[in-house]
Write a protein that binds this ligand. Structure first.
Ligand SMILES: [Mg+2]
Length: 396
């Protein structure tokens, strides 16, 4: 079997990869819906993989893996890898998890990082109200993640939140030393959310990046009595193209609150310092950013060797991305906590994907399905109407 074409269309903001073969088997992958600009980047790899046997996934990846980078530029490589596994599974007549080493679990836990309600404001009561709504979600999430600090609108809406300069480009470009009032405000919002959740539902916090090491330590220690599941991306993360393991180690060694990072990191080599220095307690690579499913599996095994836990990122990965997350999460070692459940955006994505269970999530778990490949299918007749004019040949 060999690859005859690599195509990319933008469906509701998501770059969707379609790889075709001379055997009539096709595979799909998807990158985050925040990244419609990736289409030319995906197509850049076309000539590198044409004619290759897609079922030799690793040999194909050797041709393109070095031509990627940290978020967002690893996404194109990652979505192609996803599509290769989809083909390999379909060709073998088995679900992708069988090819990644087989199932460790029959159902995978997910956490809420995408099923959101708009926050009415930045005061503790509003964080509490918002959390109460999320706690009622039909998925019955056992873990909810909320943005705070530099991963929220606090720097924009609270006067004197930090001593940092405002760039007014995007809140995630903010950084700086917090004022005493700013830090107290963050802690008050977290306390208000914990008041709602009690010990029934776990609370994780996406915090930055942008915190200084001393403020990160102050926050982590201030929250120690609250049993926060993790503090994510305090120092680096999101779209920072570096890791700063030394700074993370300082924070992690100073507190009993678990410290988490990794959604922006591309390839196993860039996790090495985090693991070998015991710089964090949990990592959250995204299969649509790290370099693909096998890369995530490899990193999870290496994390486990170092006593580090896994909570993969996935908020914008869409429904093909969801299928990919389910497949790989089924195979991860027992350092697995949960992955971040992506929702279909726009909602018509649920009309163009066949194969998802209904409901998808029950009591915070998804039952791993057994259909070949990723186990979901893009319904061409339903999807065609959403293709832009320039993508109208996507299915031909
Ligand atoms: Mg995050």
């Amino acid at each position: 079997m060999h690859i005859t074409d690599l195509k990319c269309a933008i469906l509701g903001g998501s770059p969707v990869v379609r790889i075709t073969t001379d055997a009539g088997i096709e595979g799909y992958g998807q990158a985050e819906h925040f990244k419609p600009y990736l289409k030319p980047h995906v197509l850049f790899y076309r000539d590198y993989i044409l004619g290759q046997d897609p079922t030799d996934v690793e040999r194909v990846m050797l041709r393109i893996r070095r031509l990627g980078s940290f978020k967002p530029w690893g996404s194109a490589v990652s979505a192609i890898e996803m599509a290769l596994w989809d083909i390999a599974g379909k060709a073998a007549g088995v679900p992708v998890y069988k090819l990644l080493g087989g199932k460790v679990r029959d159902k995978v836990r997910v956490y809420n990082g995408a099923a959101r309600f708009p926050l009415a404001g930045q005061e503790p009561e509003q964080y509490a109200d918002n959390m109460a709504r999320m706690a009622e979600a039909k998925e019955g999430f056992s873990i909810i993640k909320q943005g705070i600090g530099f991963h929220s609108r606090m720097p924009d809406e609270l006067p004197d939140f930090s001593y940092g300069e405002r760039l007014a480009v995007h809140h995630q470009t903010e950084r700086g030393l917090l004022t005493e009032r700013g830090l107290k405000h963050v802690v008050a919002c977290v306390e208000a959310m914990k008041e709602v959740l009690g010990d029934e539902i776990g609370l994780a916090l996406d915090c930055g990046p942008g915190w200084t090491v001393p403020d990160a330590i102050r926050l982590a220690k201030a929250l120690e009595g609250l049993h926060i599941l993790w503090l994510e991306d305090l120092i680096s993360g999101d779209y920072t193209p570096y890791v700063l393991a030394e700074q993370y180690r300082e924070v992690t060694r100073s507190t009993s609150t678990p410290i988490h990072t990794g959604e922006q990191i591309y390839l196993r080599q860039n996790f090495k310092a985090l693991f070998e220095m015991q710089a964090v307690n949990i990592v959250g690579p995204d299969p649509a950013d790290i370099g693909g499913l096998a890369e995530l599996k490899w990193v999870a095994e290496y994390a486990d060797l170092h006593g580090i836990l896994m909570a993969p990122h996935g908020t914008g990965d869409g429904l093909i991305g969801l299928a990919a997350l389910v497949q790989v999460a089924a195979t991860l070692p027992r350092n697995y906590i949960a992955f971040e459940y992506p929702v279909g955006r726009p909602v018509w994505w649920y009309d163009i994907i066949d194969g998802l269970p209904d409901p998808i999530v029950e009591n915070s778990f998804i039952t791993v399905w057994d259909r070949p490949g990723l186990g979901v299918t893009l319904n061409k007749n339903a999807a065609r109407q959403y293709l832009a004019a320039e993508d109208k040949n996507f299915f031909t």
